[in-house]
Design a protein around this ligand. Sequence first.
Ligand code: NAD
Length: 387
Amino acid sequence: MLASARTGAIQASVRNAQTAAFSKQASRGMKIVAILYKGGEAAKQEPRLLGTVENELGLRTWLESQGHEYLVSDDKEGANSFLHKNIHDADIVITTPFHPGYLTRELLDKAKNLKLCVTAGVGSDHVDLNAAAEKSLEVMEVTGSNVVSVAEHVVMSILLLVRNFVPAHEMIERGDWAVSDIARNAFDLEGKVVGTIGAGRIGQRVLQRLAPFNCKEFLYYDYNALLPEREKELGARRVADLKDFVSQCDVVTVNAPLHDGTRHLVNKDLLAHFKKGAWLVNTARGAICNAEDVAAAVKAGQLNGYAGDVWNVQPAPKEHPWRYMKNPLGGGNGMVPHYSGTTLDAQLRYAQGTKEILQNFFEGKPQIPANVIIGNKGYATSSYGQR
Ligand code: NAD
Protein backbone atom coordinates (compact mmCIF):
# COMPACT_ATOMS: atom_id res chain seq x y z
CA MET A 1 0.00 0.00 0.00
CA LEU A 2 2.68 2.40 1.13
CA ALA A 3 4.92 1.55 -1.82
CA SER A 4 2.11 2.02 -4.34
CA ALA A 5 1.09 5.34 -2.73
CA ARG A 6 4.72 6.49 -2.99
CA THR A 7 4.99 5.34 -6.61
CA GLY A 8 1.74 7.23 -7.34
CA ALA A 9 3.10 10.38 -5.71
CA ILE A 10 6.37 10.12 -7.68
CA GLN A 11 4.47 9.56 -10.93
CA ALA A 12 2.22 12.55 -10.17
CA SER A 13 5.17 14.82 -9.42
CA VAL A 14 6.95 13.68 -12.59
CA ARG A 15 3.75 14.40 -14.51
CA ASN A 16 3.44 17.85 -12.90
CA ALA A 17 7.02 18.65 -13.83
CA GLN A 18 6.44 17.36 -17.36
CA THR A 19 3.26 19.42 -17.72
CA ALA A 20 4.95 22.59 -16.49
CA ALA A 21 7.98 22.04 -18.72
CA PHE A 22 5.73 21.19 -21.63
CA SER A 23 3.55 24.24 -21.12
CA LYS A 24 6.54 26.58 -21.16
CA GLN A 25 8.34 25.15 -24.15
CA ALA A 26 5.36 24.20 -26.31
CA SER A 27 3.35 27.39 -26.14
CA ARG A 28 3.56 27.72 -29.91
CA GLY A 29 2.51 25.58 -32.79
CA MET A 30 -0.13 23.40 -31.20
CA LYS A 31 -2.91 21.66 -33.09
CA ILE A 32 -6.25 22.61 -31.58
CA VAL A 33 -9.38 20.84 -32.79
CA ALA A 34 -12.84 22.18 -31.95
CA ILE A 35 -16.16 20.41 -32.45
CA LEU A 36 -19.01 22.91 -32.41
CA TYR A 37 -22.55 23.00 -33.77
CA LYS A 38 -23.40 24.35 -37.21
CA GLY A 39 -24.99 27.77 -37.01
CA GLY A 40 -25.86 28.23 -40.71
CA GLU A 41 -27.45 31.54 -41.78
CA ALA A 42 -28.27 32.41 -38.15
CA ALA A 43 -24.57 32.36 -37.24
CA LYS A 44 -23.65 34.53 -40.23
CA GLN A 45 -26.29 37.09 -39.26
CA GLU A 46 -25.63 36.92 -35.51
CA PRO A 47 -21.93 37.03 -34.61
CA ARG A 48 -22.79 36.60 -30.93
CA LEU A 49 -23.57 32.95 -31.74
CA LEU A 50 -20.01 32.26 -30.68
CA GLY A 51 -20.44 28.55 -30.01
CA THR A 52 -20.94 27.73 -33.69
CA VAL A 53 -18.66 26.35 -36.39
CA GLU A 54 -18.99 29.67 -38.20
CA ASN A 55 -17.96 31.89 -35.28
CA GLU A 56 -15.44 29.47 -33.76
CA LEU A 57 -15.76 30.74 -30.16
CA GLY A 58 -14.11 33.93 -31.41
CA LEU A 59 -10.70 32.27 -31.00
CA ARG A 60 -9.22 32.01 -34.51
CA THR A 61 -7.35 35.33 -34.78
CA TRP A 62 -5.97 35.02 -31.26
CA LEU A 63 -4.85 31.38 -31.66
CA GLU A 64 -3.33 31.89 -35.10
CA SER A 65 -1.52 35.05 -34.02
CA GLN A 66 0.34 32.83 -31.56
CA GLY A 67 1.25 30.30 -34.23
CA HIS A 68 -1.29 27.62 -33.34
CA GLU A 69 -3.28 25.61 -35.87
CA TYR A 70 -7.05 25.84 -35.22
CA LEU A 71 -9.35 23.35 -36.93
CA VAL A 72 -13.11 23.62 -36.43
CA SER A 73 -15.93 21.36 -37.60
CA ASP A 74 -19.25 19.83 -36.57
CA ASP A 75 -18.35 16.46 -38.15
CA LYS A 76 -17.85 14.10 -35.23
CA GLU A 77 -19.36 10.65 -35.80
CA GLY A 78 -17.68 7.65 -37.37
CA ALA A 79 -14.20 6.63 -38.45
CA ASN A 80 -14.18 9.00 -41.43
CA SER A 81 -15.38 12.03 -39.53
CA PHE A 82 -13.27 15.15 -39.06
CA LEU A 83 -12.92 14.45 -35.32
CA HIS A 84 -11.74 10.87 -35.76
CA LYS A 85 -9.34 11.81 -38.57
CA ASN A 86 -7.79 14.69 -36.63
CA ILE A 87 -7.59 13.28 -33.13
CA HIS A 88 -4.33 11.33 -33.58
CA ASP A 89 -2.05 14.39 -33.54
CA ALA A 90 -4.26 16.98 -31.82
CA ASP A 91 -2.76 18.66 -28.75
CA ILE A 92 -6.01 20.15 -27.48
CA VAL A 93 -9.64 19.26 -28.23
CA ILE A 94 -12.44 21.72 -27.54
CA THR A 95 -15.96 20.29 -27.46
CA THR A 96 -19.36 21.54 -26.41
CA PRO A 97 -22.21 19.67 -24.71
CA PHE A 98 -24.66 21.16 -27.23
CA HIS A 99 -23.21 19.06 -30.06
CA PRO A 100 -21.12 16.57 -28.13
CA GLY A 101 -17.94 15.32 -29.74
CA TYR A 102 -17.79 12.00 -27.89
CA LEU A 103 -14.24 11.42 -26.67
CA THR A 104 -14.53 7.71 -25.99
CA ARG A 105 -11.77 5.53 -24.57
CA GLU A 106 -11.11 4.14 -28.10
CA LEU A 107 -10.74 7.63 -29.51
CA LEU A 108 -8.54 8.78 -26.62
CA ASP A 109 -6.34 5.69 -27.23
CA LYS A 110 -5.62 7.11 -30.70
CA ALA A 111 -4.92 10.62 -29.42
CA LYS A 112 -1.18 10.26 -28.91
CA ASN A 113 -0.45 14.02 -28.57
CA LEU A 114 -3.52 15.03 -26.60
CA LYS A 115 -2.93 16.92 -23.36
CA LEU A 116 -6.06 18.94 -22.71
CA CYS A 117 -9.81 18.56 -23.36
CA VAL A 118 -11.85 21.73 -22.88
CA THR A 119 -15.62 21.73 -22.61
CA ALA A 120 -16.97 25.05 -23.84
CA GLY A 121 -19.86 25.03 -21.37
CA VAL A 122 -20.69 22.85 -18.36
CA GLY A 123 -20.96 19.04 -18.33
CA SER A 124 -18.07 16.88 -19.55
CA ASP A 125 -19.83 13.50 -19.64
CA HIS A 126 -19.16 13.25 -23.39
CA VAL A 127 -15.51 12.67 -22.43
CA ASP A 128 -14.65 9.25 -20.98
CA LEU A 129 -13.44 10.81 -17.75
CA ASN A 130 -12.07 7.58 -16.27
CA ALA A 131 -9.99 7.02 -19.41
CA ALA A 132 -8.81 10.64 -19.37
CA ALA A 133 -7.75 10.30 -15.72
CA GLU A 134 -5.83 7.08 -16.46
CA LYS A 135 -4.06 8.74 -19.39
CA SER A 136 -3.15 11.87 -17.38
CA LEU A 137 -5.17 14.06 -19.71
CA GLU A 138 -6.56 17.23 -18.24
CA VAL A 139 -10.28 17.94 -18.65
CA MET A 140 -11.55 21.46 -17.98
CA GLU A 141 -14.96 23.02 -18.28
CA VAL A 142 -16.13 26.61 -17.95
CA THR A 143 -17.79 26.00 -14.60
CA GLY A 144 -20.64 28.33 -13.78
CA SER A 145 -20.72 29.87 -17.28
CA ASN A 146 -24.35 28.96 -17.98
CA VAL A 147 -25.82 27.96 -14.63
CA VAL A 148 -28.12 30.99 -14.46
CA SER A 149 -29.23 30.37 -18.06
CA VAL A 150 -30.21 26.79 -17.18
CA ALA A 151 -31.83 27.68 -13.84
CA GLU A 152 -34.05 30.21 -15.61
CA HIS A 153 -35.01 27.57 -18.17
CA VAL A 154 -35.89 25.12 -15.39
CA VAL A 155 -38.18 27.66 -13.70
CA MET A 156 -39.84 28.36 -17.06
CA SER A 157 -40.27 24.63 -17.76
CA ILE A 158 -41.79 23.95 -14.34
CA LEU A 159 -44.28 26.75 -14.89
CA LEU A 160 -45.19 25.75 -18.42
CA LEU A 161 -45.90 22.17 -17.33
CA VAL A 162 -47.81 23.01 -14.16
CA ARG A 163 -49.88 25.68 -15.93
CA ASN A 164 -50.47 23.51 -19.05
CA PHE A 165 -49.06 26.25 -21.28
CA VAL A 166 -47.98 24.36 -24.41
CA PRO A 167 -51.40 22.92 -25.41
CA ALA A 168 -52.98 26.29 -24.62
CA HIS A 169 -50.66 28.04 -27.06
CA GLU A 170 -51.07 25.31 -29.70
CA MET A 171 -54.85 25.76 -29.41
CA ILE A 172 -54.50 29.48 -30.14
CA GLU A 173 -52.28 28.81 -33.18
CA ARG A 174 -54.89 26.32 -34.48
CA GLY A 175 -57.55 29.04 -34.29
CA ASP A 176 -59.50 27.27 -31.51
CA TRP A 177 -60.73 28.56 -28.16
CA ALA A 178 -61.78 26.06 -25.48
CA VAL A 179 -60.80 27.31 -22.02
CA SER A 180 -62.00 24.22 -20.13
CA ASP A 181 -59.93 21.85 -22.25
CA ILE A 182 -56.85 23.62 -20.92
CA ALA A 183 -58.02 24.60 -17.43
CA ARG A 184 -58.94 21.01 -16.51
CA ASN A 185 -55.23 20.26 -16.27
CA ALA A 186 -53.80 23.65 -15.19
CA PHE A 187 -52.59 24.25 -11.62
CA ASP A 188 -50.76 26.84 -9.52
CA LEU A 189 -47.19 26.24 -8.43
CA GLU A 190 -48.03 27.74 -5.05
CA GLY A 191 -48.49 25.05 -2.44
CA LYS A 192 -46.57 22.36 -4.37
CA VAL A 193 -43.52 20.42 -3.19
CA VAL A 194 -40.52 20.94 -5.49
CA GLY A 195 -37.43 18.74 -5.28
CA THR A 196 -34.06 18.80 -7.03
CA ILE A 197 -31.89 15.77 -7.75
CA GLY A 198 -28.50 17.45 -7.43
CA ALA A 199 -28.15 20.61 -5.36
CA GLY A 200 -25.04 22.12 -6.93
CA ARG A 201 -24.79 25.41 -8.77
CA ILE A 202 -27.88 24.95 -10.92
CA GLY A 203 -30.04 23.07 -8.40
CA GLN A 204 -29.50 25.77 -5.77
CA ARG A 205 -30.18 28.56 -8.26
CA VAL A 206 -33.47 26.92 -9.25
CA LEU A 207 -34.63 26.82 -5.62
CA GLN A 208 -33.49 30.43 -5.07
CA ARG A 209 -35.51 31.55 -8.07
CA LEU A 210 -38.61 29.65 -6.95
CA ALA A 211 -38.63 31.27 -3.49
CA PRO A 212 -41.33 33.89 -4.25
CA PHE A 213 -43.78 31.25 -5.54
CA ASN A 214 -44.77 30.16 -2.01
CA CYS A 215 -44.23 26.48 -2.66
CA LYS A 216 -45.14 24.11 0.18
CA GLU A 217 -41.60 22.79 0.54
CA PHE A 218 -38.25 22.48 -1.22
CA LEU A 219 -36.47 19.12 -1.05
CA TYR A 220 -33.11 17.98 -2.36
CA TYR A 221 -31.39 14.67 -3.00
CA ASP A 222 -27.59 14.83 -3.23
CA TYR A 223 -24.78 12.76 -1.72
CA ASN A 224 -23.02 16.05 -1.04
CA ALA A 225 -25.06 17.60 1.77
CA LEU A 226 -25.36 21.39 1.84
CA LEU A 227 -24.14 23.23 4.90
CA PRO A 228 -26.94 23.74 7.44
CA GLU A 229 -26.72 27.54 6.91
CA ARG A 230 -27.17 27.08 3.17
CA GLU A 231 -30.12 24.71 3.68
CA LYS A 232 -31.68 27.38 5.87
CA GLU A 233 -31.06 30.15 3.30
CA LEU A 234 -32.68 28.07 0.56
CA GLY A 235 -35.41 26.66 2.81
CA ALA A 236 -34.46 23.19 1.54
CA ARG A 237 -34.68 19.83 3.33
CA ARG A 238 -32.42 16.94 2.36
CA VAL A 239 -33.99 13.53 1.75
CA ALA A 240 -31.41 10.76 1.77
CA ASP A 241 -33.40 8.03 0.02
CA LEU A 242 -34.26 8.65 -3.63
CA LYS A 243 -37.56 6.73 -3.67
CA ASP A 244 -38.67 8.48 -0.50
CA PHE A 245 -37.61 11.79 -2.08
CA VAL A 246 -39.59 11.40 -5.33
CA SER A 247 -42.65 10.11 -3.46
CA GLN A 248 -42.89 13.47 -1.67
CA CYS A 249 -42.47 15.76 -4.69
CA ASP A 250 -45.09 17.30 -6.96
CA VAL A 251 -42.28 18.59 -9.19
CA VAL A 252 -38.86 16.96 -9.64
CA THR A 253 -36.02 18.80 -11.38
CA VAL A 254 -32.82 16.96 -12.35
CA ASN A 255 -29.60 18.96 -11.89
CA ALA A 256 -26.85 16.36 -11.48
CA PRO A 257 -24.10 15.49 -13.98
CA LEU A 258 -24.28 12.30 -16.03
CA HIS A 259 -21.93 9.62 -14.70
CA ASP A 260 -22.09 5.92 -13.82
CA GLY A 261 -24.20 6.71 -10.74
CA THR A 262 -26.83 8.76 -12.59
CA ARG A 263 -27.19 7.00 -15.96
CA HIS A 264 -30.85 5.86 -16.21
CA LEU A 265 -31.38 6.86 -12.59
CA VAL A 266 -34.94 7.80 -13.52
CA ASN A 267 -36.36 4.56 -14.87
CA LYS A 268 -39.57 2.52 -14.70
CA ASP A 269 -38.85 1.39 -11.13
CA LEU A 270 -38.23 4.90 -9.80
CA LEU A 271 -41.11 6.41 -11.80
CA ALA A 272 -43.48 4.03 -9.99
CA HIS A 273 -42.50 5.81 -6.74
CA PHE A 274 -43.34 9.30 -8.07
CA LYS A 275 -46.65 10.85 -6.95
CA LYS A 276 -49.22 10.10 -9.63
CA GLY A 277 -49.41 13.12 -11.91
CA ALA A 278 -46.08 14.64 -10.85
CA TRP A 279 -44.10 16.81 -13.26
CA LEU A 280 -40.47 16.08 -14.18
CA VAL A 281 -38.00 18.60 -15.63
CA ASN A 282 -34.57 17.46 -16.81
CA THR A 283 -32.11 19.97 -18.20
CA ALA A 284 -29.11 18.04 -16.87
CA ARG A 285 -28.49 15.17 -19.32
CA GLY A 286 -30.97 13.09 -21.34
CA ALA A 287 -29.42 9.75 -20.39
CA ILE A 288 -30.13 10.34 -16.69
CA CYS A 289 -33.69 9.37 -17.65
CA ASN A 290 -34.66 6.23 -19.53
CA ALA A 291 -36.35 7.69 -22.63
CA GLU A 292 -38.86 4.89 -23.21
CA ASP A 293 -39.80 4.64 -19.51
CA VAL A 294 -40.40 8.40 -19.27
CA ALA A 295 -42.50 8.43 -22.48
CA ALA A 296 -44.59 5.50 -21.15
CA ALA A 297 -45.09 7.25 -17.79
CA VAL A 298 -46.30 10.44 -19.54
CA LYS A 299 -48.61 8.47 -21.82
CA ALA A 300 -50.10 6.63 -18.82
CA GLY A 301 -50.50 9.84 -16.78
CA GLN A 302 -48.12 8.61 -14.08
CA LEU A 303 -46.20 11.77 -15.02
CA ASN A 304 -48.44 14.70 -15.90
CA GLY A 305 -45.58 16.10 -17.92
CA TYR A 306 -41.91 16.03 -18.82
CA ALA A 307 -39.83 18.96 -20.04
CA GLY A 308 -36.20 19.60 -20.81
CA ASP A 309 -33.67 20.36 -23.50
CA VAL A 310 -31.26 17.45 -23.15
CA TRP A 311 -31.59 14.18 -25.05
CA ASN A 312 -29.89 10.81 -24.77
CA VAL A 313 -28.79 11.21 -28.43
CA GLN A 314 -28.01 14.63 -29.90
CA PRO A 315 -29.18 15.67 -32.39
CA ALA A 316 -32.31 13.70 -31.41
CA PRO A 317 -33.59 11.45 -34.21
CA LYS A 318 -36.95 12.35 -35.79
CA GLU A 319 -38.63 9.32 -34.25
CA HIS A 320 -37.45 9.99 -30.68
CA PRO A 321 -40.41 9.32 -28.32
CA TRP A 322 -39.81 12.57 -26.39
CA ARG A 323 -40.70 14.59 -29.47
CA TYR A 324 -44.28 13.32 -29.56
CA MET A 325 -45.26 11.98 -26.10
CA LYS A 326 -48.43 13.46 -24.59
CA ASN A 327 -50.30 12.84 -21.35
CA PRO A 328 -53.86 11.45 -21.54
CA LEU A 329 -55.21 15.03 -21.76
CA GLY A 330 -53.08 15.92 -24.78
CA GLY A 331 -50.40 18.01 -23.01
CA GLY A 332 -47.40 17.50 -20.78
CA ASN A 333 -44.60 17.85 -23.33
CA GLY A 334 -42.15 20.72 -22.83
CA MET A 335 -39.24 19.37 -24.87
CA VAL A 336 -36.96 21.71 -26.84
CA PRO A 337 -33.53 21.29 -28.48
CA HIS A 338 -30.47 21.58 -26.26
CA TYR A 339 -30.26 25.35 -25.85
CA SER A 340 -30.97 26.29 -22.23
CA GLY A 341 -27.27 26.83 -21.51
CA THR A 342 -26.43 28.45 -24.85
CA THR A 343 -28.21 31.78 -24.66
CA LEU A 344 -26.20 34.61 -26.22
CA ASP A 345 -25.24 35.75 -22.71
CA ALA A 346 -24.00 32.25 -21.88
CA GLN A 347 -22.07 31.93 -25.17
CA LEU A 348 -20.07 35.03 -24.39
CA ARG A 349 -19.22 33.65 -20.94
CA TYR A 350 -18.20 30.18 -22.10
CA ALA A 351 -16.22 31.56 -25.07
CA GLN A 352 -14.30 33.89 -22.74
CA GLY A 353 -13.85 31.07 -20.24
CA THR A 354 -12.46 28.75 -22.92
CA LYS A 355 -9.94 31.41 -23.93
CA GLU A 356 -8.88 31.85 -20.30
CA ILE A 357 -8.35 28.09 -19.88
CA LEU A 358 -6.23 27.97 -23.07
CA GLN A 359 -4.23 31.01 -22.06
CA ASN A 360 -3.46 29.54 -18.62
CA PHE A 361 -2.46 26.29 -20.29
CA PHE A 362 -0.15 27.97 -22.83
CA GLU A 363 1.51 30.07 -20.15
CA GLY A 364 1.76 27.24 -17.59
CA LYS A 365 -0.36 29.22 -15.12
CA PRO A 366 -2.71 27.55 -12.62
CA GLN A 367 -6.29 27.05 -13.77
CA ILE A 368 -9.31 28.32 -11.82
CA PRO A 369 -9.81 25.32 -9.49
CA ALA A 370 -13.57 25.08 -10.11
CA ASN A 371 -12.92 24.58 -13.86
CA VAL A 372 -10.80 21.49 -13.33
CA ILE A 373 -12.71 18.23 -13.78
CA ILE A 374 -9.70 15.98 -14.32
CA GLY A 375 -6.42 17.52 -13.23
CA ASN A 376 -2.94 16.07 -13.00
CA LYS A 377 -4.02 14.14 -9.88
CA GLY A 378 -7.16 12.65 -11.47
CA TYR A 379 -10.70 13.74 -10.52
CA ALA A 380 -10.66 17.23 -9.04
CA THR A 381 -14.41 17.43 -8.36
CA SER A 382 -16.87 15.40 -6.30
CA SER A 383 -19.70 16.12 -8.76
CA TYR A 384 -19.03 13.19 -11.13
CA GLY A 385 -19.71 10.37 -8.67
CA GLN A 386 -18.74 9.32 -5.17
CA ARG A 387 -15.25 7.98 -4.97
P1 NAD B 1 -22.43 21.15 -9.99
O1 NAD B 1 -21.21 20.33 -10.07
O2 NAD B 1 -22.35 22.51 -9.40
O3 NAD B 1 -23.56 20.36 -9.17
C1 NAD B 1 -23.89 19.03 -9.43
C2 NAD B 1 -24.46 18.43 -8.16
O4 NAD B 1 -24.98 17.13 -8.47
C3 NAD B 1 -23.40 18.24 -7.07
O5 NAD B 1 -23.86 18.81 -5.87
C4 NAD B 1 -23.28 16.74 -6.97
O6 NAD B 1 -22.96 16.28 -5.66
C5 NAD B 1 -24.66 16.29 -7.40
N1 NAD B 1 -24.71 14.89 -7.79
C6 NAD B 1 -23.83 14.18 -8.54
N2 NAD B 1 -24.23 12.91 -8.64
C7 NAD B 1 -25.40 12.82 -7.97
C8 NAD B 1 -26.28 11.75 -7.73
N3 NAD B 1 -26.03 10.50 -8.14
N4 NAD B 1 -27.40 12.00 -7.03
C9 NAD B 1 -27.65 13.24 -6.53
N5 NAD B 1 -26.83 14.29 -6.72
C10 NAD B 1 -25.72 14.07 -7.44
O7 NAD B 1 -23.00 21.21 -11.48
P2 NAD B 1 -24.01 22.27 -12.10
O8 NAD B 1 -23.26 23.45 -12.61
O9 NAD B 1 -25.15 22.48 -11.17
O10 NAD B 1 -24.47 21.46 -13.40
C11 NAD B 1 -25.14 20.23 -13.27
C12 NAD B 1 -25.28 19.57 -14.61
O11 NAD B 1 -26.21 20.30 -15.41
C13 NAD B 1 -24.01 19.55 -15.46
O12 NAD B 1 -23.13 18.51 -15.11
C14 NAD B 1 -24.57 19.36 -16.85
O13 NAD B 1 -24.74 17.99 -17.13
C15 NAD B 1 -25.94 20.03 -16.77
N6 NAD B 1 -25.98 21.28 -17.55
C16 NAD B 1 -26.84 21.38 -18.60
C17 NAD B 1 -26.87 22.52 -19.37
C18 NAD B 1 -27.85 22.69 -20.50
O14 NAD B 1 -27.63 23.53 -21.37
N7 NAD B 1 -28.93 21.95 -20.54
C19 NAD B 1 -25.97 23.57 -19.10
C20 NAD B 1 -25.13 23.46 -17.99
C21 NAD B 1 -25.12 22.30 -17.23
